[in-house]
Design a protein around this ligand. Sequence first.
Ligand SMILES: NC(=O)c1ccc[n+]([C@@H]2O[C@H](COP(=O)([O-])OP(=O)(O)OC[C@H]3O[C@@H](n4cnc5c(N)ncnc54)[C@H](O)[C@@H]3O)[C@@H](O)[C@H]2O)c1
Length: 255
Amino acid sequence: MEFQGNVAVITGGASGLGESCARMLVDRGSKVSLLDLNADKGEALAKELGDGAIFCMCDVTDEAAVAAAVAKTMDAFGAIHFDINCAGVGWPAKILGKGGRIDMNIFQKVVTINLFGTVIVMSQCAEQMVKNQGNADGEKGVIINTASAAAFEGQIGQASYSASKAGLVGMTLPVAREFADYGLRICTIAPGLFDTPLLGALPEHVKDSLGKMVPFPKRLGVPMEYAKLSMQIIENAMLNGETIRLDGAIRMAAR
Ligand SMILES: NC(=O)c1ccc[n+]([C@@H]2O[C@H](COP(=O)([O-])OP(=O)(O)OC[C@H]3O[C@@H](n4cnc5c(N)ncnc54)[C@H](O)[C@@H]3O)[C@@H](O)[C@H]2O)c1
């Protein structure tokens, strides 16, 4: 789809991969609605991006809050064409660790944010997208979800995170098939190791050694590389129903 004048909802849009997509979309003439829990960063970014951006304080697991954010986006921009879902968390916990069995509240929370939250936002955005006038191909909207290399080779302690991300991978094709009649496409990006605030707390030397684990290029990915792939998914009508690894060929070890 074309960028100019079209509107994107971006969850996790205040930081990291989502922020990078917001910047690239605004550069290309799109409008962006940033949905995030981090009001300080989200509001500052929306202000910096100017008239083409709004911030909606929103927990993606709260259906009413998502509905309010979608309504605010429709009021501000009149339509939704793209939905990029980057909101996510990855709290490590072993199923049977030194302290005993996993706290099911943690397992549930990770799956609820990463998987259920994505479905809540995606369904509410799709409801608006189907109202759009299709382009020459009949396209009315594009959805991009964010999985992880951990969907395929999660490390010890990543059971909940891997399960949530594998859920996103698993639903990509059935949702593409379901949405085909509506003129909506969906792809999932599975990033490897990216230098975002998610890894920010790690010391530089740990980040360097993580980067060296990547076969090529031997470094962490930068958020712009995620944004570039998102732009290609939006632009290229043949990309649909697929999960694309973006990882420099890394295959994570068990620990
Ligand atoms: N950085 C990496 O190496 C990497 C690798 C694989 C996958 N990912 C995935 O990419 C996505 C983006 O991660 P990032 O690296 O940009 O991290 P990040 O921490 O910079 O950004 C994530 C954003 O999501 C927001 N968020 C968290 N829970 C939320 C909720 N319930 N409702 C609304 N917003 C919420 C946070 O406030 C934050 O602004 C995540 O889904 C993450 O799992 C990241």
